[in-house]
Each structure stands twice: as C-alpha cells, then as structure tokens.
Design a protein around this ligand. Sequence first.
Ligand code: SF4
Ligand code: SF4
Length: 386
Amino acid sequence: MPPTSHLMLVPSLACPASCAYCFGPHEGATTMQRETVEAVVRWQRTRDSDRTLEITFHGGEPLLAGADFYREALASITQGLRPRKIAFALQTNLWKMTPELASVLAEYQIPIGSSLDGPRDLNDLQRSKGYFDKTMAGYAVAKAHGLSVQFICTFTSRSIDFKEDIFNFFLENGLTLKLHPALPSLKSDDPNKWALDPEKYGELLVYLLDKYLENMDEIEVRNINDLARCVFTGRGTVCTYVDCMEDTFAVGPDGSIYPCYRFVGMPEWVMGHVRDRPTQADLAGSDAGRRMQDFKERVDKECKGCRHLRYCRGGCPYNAIAPSGGELLGVDPHCVAYKRIFDEIADRFNKEIFGSFPMGPTCLPAEPPREGKPGITALIQKIVSS
Ligand code: SF4
Ligand code: SF4
C-alpha cells in the first residue's frame, strides 16, 4: 500500500475568474463551514493513521473562504489528527491572496500551486482580461511571506501555436513549468473549442522534453521529471499514472465525498458524506465508487499488452469521462500522448545506456546524446540528485 493518501478539500466552488476553457461546475456560493471541517477530522480519525495524509485545498477558488476559515481549519485538522503526519498544499489563482491569508498559510509552510498560461496577452486571452496582473499581485504577496509558488500552465487549442513564447516566458522569469492540457469542458455548449488535441499534446510533450534538456540548469519542467521518473522507476508517481481510486477522495463545501476535486458538484459522483464517516468499503460500494472500479477494470482489459501499463494505468478517469459528457466509455483519451512521450523517453534512455540493444551488459552510456546535448541519462541524474 502506498505510504500516502490524498484528500482534497474544496471550501468553495465559486471562482472570481472566468477562464474560457474551465471544466469546473462553479455553481453554488456555499462556503465550507467549521462543522464540516470538524466532521472531516472525525471521519479521517477512523481511517488508516499510519500513512501520511496529503491535504490539498482546491476550488473553485479556495481562498474565497477567507483567512478565518484557514486559521480554524488548519488548527483543527493538525490538532485533531495528531500524531498523523499531514502535508498541506493549496491550488489557487492567487487573486484573493492578502497579507493576512499569506501569514496563516506561511505558519504551516503550505506550498502553493497557481495557474498562469504564459505572457500577459496570451494568458488573458484565455483566462480573462486582467487575470495576469491579479495573479502576479497575489504572487508578490505570497513571495513576500516566504511561500513557495509554482504555476500550472494550461495549453489549449489556441495557445499551442505559441508554445515557444510560453516556454521562454517561464524560462526567462525563472518559473517552474507544469503543464496541463485543456480538456473538453463539461459546462460549455461547444466543449471541444479550447481542448488540446491528444496528438498535439503528445507533440508538445516531446517538444518540451527537448527544450528542457537544452535548458536543464535553468528551468524545471515538472511533467517531464514525473514522466521520466515513471519510466525510470517503473511506477507512477503522480495521480494521473496510478490507480487513484483507492487513495484519493475529495470533500465538497457541503461535506459530500467525491473521487477527486474534478468531480465536485456533480451529484452523480457523490460517494457519501463526511458526517456518516464512511469506511473504504462504503465508498467503494457506492455507485460512483463502482464506476471508478469499472474504469480500473477497463484499463486492465483495454491497455493489456501496453509496455507502459505498469506506470501509466490508463491515465486519469476524469479525462476519460470528460469527452463523453460524463459517461465512462474508455480509458483516458490522452493515451496517444502518453504513449508518445513514454516511448520517446524509454527509447532514448535505452539507446543511451545500451546502444541499439534493448538490454545490455553495462550501464555505461553507449551513445552520446544527440548533438552533444544532455540526454535522458543526465535528466535521470538530475532527478535522482534533487
Ligand atoms: S481523477 Fe484524475 S485528476 Fe483526479 S485524482 Fe484521479 S487521476 Fe488525478
Ligand atoms: S499509454 Fe495508453 S494503452 Fe498504455 S497504459 Fe497508458 S492509456 Fe493504456
């Protein structure tokens, strides 16, 4: 059993931004109440306490809940679950970051993930006018309080044409790059308008692999690190590439439990309620739990024979339902992108280590990386030593 379990808390589904490709429901202005947080603590006390619990605050926009919410919730969770090890994180667009909120979060050294899609014009074109400046203002407040902030960059059907500008923006500003492909939006009349085509996503990942290898001393590209780690260790290291259904749950503002934050607000994906303190078996036996299990079985069947199955596990179940309007019809449609980048990393790695043979008697690099640039072996060394 993995040493960590994950809980996503969604204090509010509301969001002040209006990103064109947003897949969230963003309905309801209910904010999570203190009683719900206390019920979460009571529920978690009944669960496996030997494992580290990673708690990520997500949205909507989680900072809408305000400083008092975090002051109380963080104290209540930390004290209520003692001595269990808790690792907090928070995903926000930073618009509502204030010095007061930043101080509360800094007290618990909470790492922040935010979202920025590249230079101002490109970003605001798809994330709404004024977004860039509001996020950067919040970023400045967070940094002034010593908080660590990393950005997720969503690539869409439009911004993909500007991938070089986007990469250079992250490089020149000394920002870690984590990318996310825009998904078909379940709440749009034209769901595929902004979605990134899976073939193009695969090409983008290979492009970023090469750009990363060229600039490895100056930038981190988190996805490439994660993908290389998967190939190198033979196991998935982020939720997309593991069976998330047994170790990850999300709690919405009203205390309903879902498989992941991406499902929050979709009634058909409610697995239970924190006030009932459901067991693992209760959650797995709910309709939503059974549908998640169906995904796992489908992966075992449809991905059988794939050389990457062990560390890909069919990708993300939410991605699998997003394009079909909420129905589970197959594995993650980004399969083509995953195969492309996993093949690229595995083949280059084998070639560098074993020459043209898939396996070899020595671990000395057999072929210098192309054009004398650092290769996958250099990337692996960087990952191992970081
Ligand atoms: S549904 Fe997708 S995003 Fe959510 S935990 Fe699972 S793999 Fe991650
Ligand atoms: S790469 Fe595709 S076929 Fe292989 S495990 Fe992943 S989703 Fe399945």
